[in-house]
Every structure is written in structure tokens, then in C-alpha cells.
Design a protein around this ligand. Structure first.
Ligand code: PLP
Length: 392
């Protein structure tokens, strides 16, 4: 048993609720709930050296995860992915401090496995038997896989033009798949209706508190793999924003445990110029983002026109003294080619977007000579072969 979890708190209005309940969003204002831990207590019992002997999955950080009874952990080997020193890729623009957190070895081929391993495990612990999600592909595949492992029935709603490989994976895992004629918000409406009518648990990004906990482990790993000295800059492809928000939460927790120094990375949000609600809000000095009309980009994970956690993403970028940039689909394609041919990776378009953003920020001098920069390749490119057929 772990007893480090304290309570859940609304990220907007600050309302506290009991962590033993099955919650979606804040009961007062419908904004995201986040998990708080008793870190003072944990600081006395857990040392960072204790981690060394533990299994190479995200469960090595189990005291900082919300599952109360370890018999409910679900594992397919998620997390503890490689942090690669991207020497040759950096050399293409004469930069020696470039690293890539390579998320494609995760189960189902993307970092979405992190969030789902933890959230599905916690949902099972709280008695959930059926769950539903709107998704652009990777989240649906990951949820379906962990639901299969947990013996939970999965229902997924995806735009009808998502790559076939995602549809097939979900079907194979035993999920009920519905293809929707529209964008992600249309899928979200269909999924929400299903949840209301039937009582399925809604697993949408930041509409339940625990996927964020799984995603934050990227931050723990980065710290551990860099010997508890965080990089200067993190460049992250942002859709719903859980990765960015989650890593920042991880860094704050590590700081409170006294495992890292207060200096934290500047967080960079990358979006496509065909769907950039967060970048636009950042540049306009807004605290929330207006929905993006007609989202269009080859990077499906970035085709998120509305994010419930918009204010959390914007807060994170500003607090970290980071920035937000757009890249074009052409730059993403160029990034795919350079990362493949110069570093031996086969990235997803979202991962390629981080390289394109890195190049831009370096050219602008926003990234300095001796800085350390970490890009995130959030998924394998194998689900996006259609991009290569169009652009051989
Ligand atoms: C979901 C997804 C993203 C965006 O992730 P968030 O953390 O929700 O912003 C980026 N890349 C890929 C491959 C994704 O599937």
C-alpha cells in the first residue's frame, strides 16, 4: 500500500475533493482536477538513490503515482524510455547539446501508454467497468490495450480519417470503435453523450485526474537520466497539453522532495500553423485559448482545436520563461527526413515538429550555444506511413 496521496485539487478554483472518489472534472467549475501528494512525509522515507534498484518502467516512481494498492498496477513495460544524445542530428546545424527523449518504445508505440497505464489502473482500482474516449489515434490505442489488460470494456471515438493502423489496433484489443464524420471536438461530443447515457467513465485528456500522473513520469525520467540536472530547454509537441503540464508538475514535486535544484527548464510548446490555439493565445498574452476553426495538419496529435487545460499550458510556458512556436507541415516533413537519415530514428510527425521548432529557435538565438536541449519524439512513425507515400 502507498499512502502518499493527499487529495485532489481543482487547477482553476482550488476546490479540494477526496481522492477516494471517482471524479472527472471539478464539481464546482468543471476544470481539471490534479493529484496532490504528502511530499513532506515522502521526503523522509524515500531517497532518490532508492530508485536505482527498481524495475525499468514508470512504476519505479510508484510512491508518486496514485494507485493505492500495488496489486492494481498494470504493466506492459511502459516508460523508462531512452534519452538519446543526438550528436549527428545536432551537427546538422552545428549544435552539440541536443538530446531526444525517444518515446516510441512504449507499448502501443506512443507516450500515451504512460497516461493510460496509470489512469486505467486507477480506474480499475475505483471500480470502473466500461470507459470511453475521443481520440486522434494514439490515446485510443493505448487505452484499448490497457483496458484489455485490466478486463475493462473500452469505447473509442475517432475522426473517420485517422490512420487505419489505429482503428485496427483498437479492434484487435477488443474495443468498440466508432468513426465520426468530423474533428476531435465532434468525437468528444459523441463520447460524452455515450458517457452520460450509459455511465461509461470518461477518459478524455484532463477530464479525469490520473492520465496526467502517468505523463509526468517523463519529467521524473528526464531528471533521473540526466543525473538530477535538468536541461535548459524542453521542446514538446502540444495537443491537449498533458505532457507539458505533467512534466512541470513532476519538476515541482522533485523540487519539493529536494532531489533537484530550483532551476528548471524553459518549456517550449510547438504546434502546427494549421492548428495553433495555444501559440496564438501565448502571443496575444491571453490566459485561455479561443477554439481554432478548421484545424488542419499532418500531425494528428496536434490537431486539437480546444484544450480544457489551456490555462494550465499557458501558465506553465510563462512560469518557465518558455515560449510557443508554430511550424508548417513542410517543416514537419523536412524534420521527418532529417531525423531519420541523420539519427536513425523513425519519428512521428509530432516529434519531427519539435526538431523544426528547435531549428527555428536556434536560428533566432533564443537557444544559446552551450545550452542543453531535449526534444520529445512522442511516438513511432510506423503509424504514419501514409506521409511517406505522399512525399517519397
Ligand atoms: C497526443 C499526442 C501529442 C500531444 O500530447 P499532449 O501531451 O496531450 O499535448 C503529441 N504527440 C503524439 C504522437 C500524440 O499522440
Amino acid at each position: 500500500m502507498t499512502d502518499t496521496i493527499s487529495h485532489l485539487q481543482c487547477a482553476k478554483c482550488g476546490k479540494s475533493v477526496d481522492a477516494d472518489g471517482l471524479w472527472n472534472t471539478c464539481p464546482s467549475c468543471a476544470k481539471p482536477l490534479v493529484v496532490l501528494y504528502d511530499l513532506k512525509k515522502l521526503k523522509k522515507t524515500l531517497k532518490k538513490e532508492d530508485l536505482k534498484k527498481r524495475e525499468p518502467t514508470l512504476w519505479r516512481y510508484h510512491e508518486l503515482l496514485p494507485i493505492q494498492d500495488s496489486s492494481h498496477h498494470l504493466t506492459l513495460g511502459e516508460g523508462y524510455t531512452p534519452l538519446l544524445y543526438a550528436k549527428r542530428l545536432g551537427q546538422t546545424i552545428g549544435f552539440s547539446g541536443l538530446f531526444i527523449k525517444e518515446e516510441s518504445p512504449n507499448p502501443t508505440g506512443s507516450f500515451k501508454a504512460r497516461g493510460m497505464a496509470v489512469a486505467v489502473a486507477r480506474a480499475r482500482e475505483l471500480g470502473v467497468q466500461q470507459m470511453t474516449i475521443p481520440s486522434q489515434g494514439n490515446a485510443a490505442a493505448a487505452m484499448s490495450a490497457y483496458a484489455a489488460l485490466a478486463g475493462i470494456k473500452a469505447h473509442v471515438f475517432m475522426p473517420k480519417d485517422v490512420p487505419r493502423s489505429f482503428v485496427m489496433q483498437c479492434v484487435a484489443y477488443g474495443a468498440k470503435v466508432e468513426l465520426v464524420d468530423g474533428y476531435l471536438p465532434d468525437c468528444a461530443r459523441a463520447s460524452e453523450e455515450a458517457a452520460k447515457e450509459t455511465g461509461y467513465f470518461d477518459m478524455s485528456t484532463l477530464k479525469e485526474p490520473y492520465r496526467l500522473e502517468g505523463k509526468k513520469t517523463m519529467g521524473f525520467e528526464l531528471a533521473e537520466q540526466m543525473n538530477w540536472e535538468l536541461p535548459d530547454v524542453i521542446i514538446y509537441p502540444t495537443g491537449g497539453g498533458t505532457g507539458l503540464i505533467g512534466m512541470w508538475k513532476a519538476f515541482e514535486e522533485l523540487e519539493m522532495l529536494g532531489w533537484i535544484k530550483p532551476r528548471k527548464p524553459r518549456m517550449v510548446c510547438v504546434q502546427s500553423d494549421g492548428c495553433a490555439p495555444i501559440v496564438r493565445a501565448f502571443l496575444d498574452n491571453k490566459e485561455t485559448a479561443e477554439p481554432w476553426v478548421e484545424p488542419r495538419t499532418i500531425a494528428d496529435g496536434l490537431r486539437v482545436p480546444v484544450a480544457i487545460g489551456d490555462f494550465m499550458i499557458l501558465r506553465t510556458i510563462r512560469e518557465s520563461r518558455g515560449t510557443a512556436v508554430t511550424v508548417t507541415d513542410e517543416e514537419i516533413m523536412e524534420g521527418l527526413q532529417i531525423m531519420s537519415s541523420h539519427q536513425g530514428l523513425f519519428p512521428c510527425p509530432e516529434g519531427a515538429a519539435t526538431f523544426a521548432a528547435f531549428k527555428r529557435l536556434r536560428e533566432q538565438g533564443w537557444i544559446k550555444d552551450r545550452e542543453k536541449v531535449v526534444l520529445f519524439n512522442t511516438a513511432t512513425g510506423l503509424n504514419y506511413l501514409h506521409l511517406w507515400f505522399k512525399n517519397p
